[in-house]
Design a protein around this ligand. Structure first.
Ligand code: ATP
Ligand code: MG
Length: 576
């Protein structure tokens, strides 16, 4: 445990210290990637509790993913020791779930209610009678699930869910909002309970989450919001960066602190990223100054592949070369020294999950272990719902959770449940996915099932596993890796676009922000690649390089590959 008291802010720079030690009231920390936002947030909570006498149990820290919540919890433990356990750290969904649990009877739910899986939602949607004239196709029902629906239909759908003692994932936020809106007394109770609220990645708040926050926190309350509008990448799920941009008008006398020093990325990587976001930046006068000034830092590697297969071969060969000299490494020390790179140091990022398969194949041929994660719901991954269901039925069984998961998969392989069609291949990959998550849930079945029901695949990512990480760009948010490959930098893929349907300016800007998020995950080495040919929309297509690369100074790149002309490296760093 770090020494509490005077030394607590010593590991922060001057501006981070201003952010961490700011007095109460609304506070907005606006800062680019790698500037220590998350670090400042944890130090702020620790400082308030240790130095200013704030009660830890009155602190509520909210994140978007379970993985981020765990990371926050871990860092708070380091800073505050035992007391950290009294701070509530939750995802928006986790927070909503605890409110719904606390008031289950008000929603016609038993204390053992469950969160609906997609099959349950389909059944409820059909039962609700929306399709009274014709039997709905599954596709039609799914479309209805995601589209906004008329009120009568929504009420019938909810009734059908309640008759199964279930809520759906969205309701974990909407139900608390509805409850609190109707009960001012309850609002007062929650406000008294959580006097200090902290939200990381605030740029990705959606309207209902925002409403919940407004109910939990008065306009002049102690709300610390942290984020970067240029990393807003979830508008397809309803997130609205407008809430971030409006913070200082929504909350009374809000203070604003900016952090501009980037501790993560080598200077050429940061320079490329800053140039890449410039045409769409939502932060006037955006500044990011590199703290890493190693004049030997390599340029950004650029590879033009003949095809997607060729691109995958490039990635696996380069990884092979990089890791070839594995000597001594500890799993949790990530710094790259010239002779020691481990698989855990490396991430391959891509726009769509479909791009991963060539890379997985190529890496497997080289015997490289991988873990692949998307931002999709865990329950939507084949095999996961089947295993969760069996575990719930057999909740009385003894043994470690990991062993029970394996046993369940074994049983399902030998005696598949009648209504569950999952291939043994899928079941065992689900076991691989769930094992580490079970461990991190402290072997507690209830916690584990909640994590499954509310979590995304990336929540099951294990940073300590010595494997190469394969992630969608959305799932990579907030993470960092010494070595990053950003593949598929092609027009139509990043930015992602269907042939013949041009993007709106807003959509294109969001794609550019995704590109920016990808580039800024890299600490020491970054490789970007694109393929001239790729199989898309049912045919092999000629692909042009993404226009996002063209705004970056070519001097920041070093061409990779057999045909690359060898030229002396330009060591003159361009500072931003
Ligand atoms: P993102 O926008 O990607 O979420 P962030 O702003 O939250 O990034 P952090 O993850 O908190 O950034 O920090 C990025 C890296 O920089 C981490 O490895 C962190 O330990 C390091 N770092 C942050 N502040 C300092 C500091 N004052 N001194 C040394 N290292 C720092
Ligand atoms: Mg962060």
């Amino acid at each position: 445990m770090e020494e509490v008291g005077t030394g607590l802010l010593d590991r922060l720079d001057a501006m981070q210290r201003v952010a961490a030690s700011a007095p109460g009231g609304p506070l907005l920390i606006v800062a680019g990637p790698g500037t220590g936002k998350t670090r400042s947030l944890t130090h702020r909570i620790a400082y308030l509790c240790a130095e200013l006498g704030v009660y830890p149990e009155q602190c509520l820290a909210i994140t978007f993913t379970r993985r981020a919540a765990e990371e926050l919890r871990h860092r708070l433990d380091d800073l505050l020791g035992e007391v950290a356990g009294d701070v509530t750290v939750a995802t928006f969904h986790g927070l909503g779930l605890s409110i719904v649990r606390e008031h289950a009877p008000s929603f016609n739910l038993s204390p053992d209610f469950r969160i609906a899986e997609e099959t349950d939602r389909l059944a409820a949607i059909i039962e609700s009678g929306c399709f009274s004239n014709t039997a709905p196709t599954e596709r039609e029902a799914r479309r209805q699930l995601t589209a906004g629906v008329p009120r009568e239909f929504r009420d019938a759908y909810r009734k059908a869910l309640r008759s199964r003692d279930m809520v759906d994932l969205d309701e974990l936020i909407t139900l608390p909002v509805e409850l609190l809106t109707e009960s001012p007394d309850l609002v007062d109770e929650y406000r008294a309970e959580y006097r200090w609220i902290f939200v990381d990645e605030y740029q990705d708040v959606d309207p209902v989450q925002y409403e919940l926050l407004r109910l939990l926190c008065p306009p002049d309350g102690n709300l610390t919001a942290i984020g970067d509008p240029d990393q807003a990448i979830y508008s397809f799920r309803g997130a609205d960066v407008g809430f971030f941009l409006r913070f200082t008008t929504d909350f009374t006398d809000a203070r604003q602190v900016r952090l501009t020093r980037n501790y993560r990325s080598a200077a050429p990587i940061l320079a490329a990223a800053v140039q890449a976001i410039a045409p769409s930046s939502l932060v006037p006068g955006r500044r990011l100054d590199p703290a890493k000034l190693d004049p030997e830092a390599p340029q950004v590697g650029l590879y033009e592949a003949a095809s997607a297969e060729d691109e995958a071969v490039f990635v696996s060969k380069t990884i092979d070369e990089l890791v070839g000299g594995v000597t001594h490494r500890t799993v949790d020390s990530r710094a790259v020294t010239p002779d020691a790179v481990s698989f855990a140091d490396i991430a391959v990022l891509y726009r769509t999950d479909a791009q991963a398969s060539f890379v997985v194949d190529a890496l497997s041929r080289h015997g490289v272990p991988v873990q692949k994660r998307s931002h999709d719901r865990l329950l939507d991954r084949p095999g996961v719902a089947a295993i969760a269901r069996e575990l719930r039925f057999a909740s009385g069984l003894g043994g470690s959770l990991a062993a029970r998961i394996k046993l369940t998969a074994q049983v399902l392989t030998e005696r598949p449940a009648l209504d569950v069609v999952v291939s043994p291949e899928d079941l065992w990959s689900a076991v691989d996915l769930l094992g580490p998550l079970a461990l991190r849930c402290g072997d507690d079945l209830g916690t584990f099932l909640t994590a499954l029901e509310t979590g995304a695949e990336v929540d099951a990512w294990d940073p300590r596993a010595d494997r190469v990480t394969l992630l969608t760009l959305h799932a990579a948010k907030g993470l960092e890796f010494p070595i990053v490959f950003l593949i598929g930098c092609e027009d139509g893929l990043l930015p992602l676009r269907r042939p013949g349907s041009p993007l709106t300016a807003d959509e294109e800007a969001e794609e550019r922000r995704l590109f920016f998020v990808g580039l800024t995950r890299a600490q020491d080495r970054l490789y970007v690649s694109h393929a001239r040919k790729r199989f898309r929309h049912g045919a092999e297509r000629e692909m042009a390089v993404t226009p996002f690369l063209s705004v970056i100074d070519p001097g920041l790149f070093e061409r990779k590959g057999p045909e690359a002309p060898r030229r002396p490296k330009d060591r003159q760093l361009r500072l931003i």
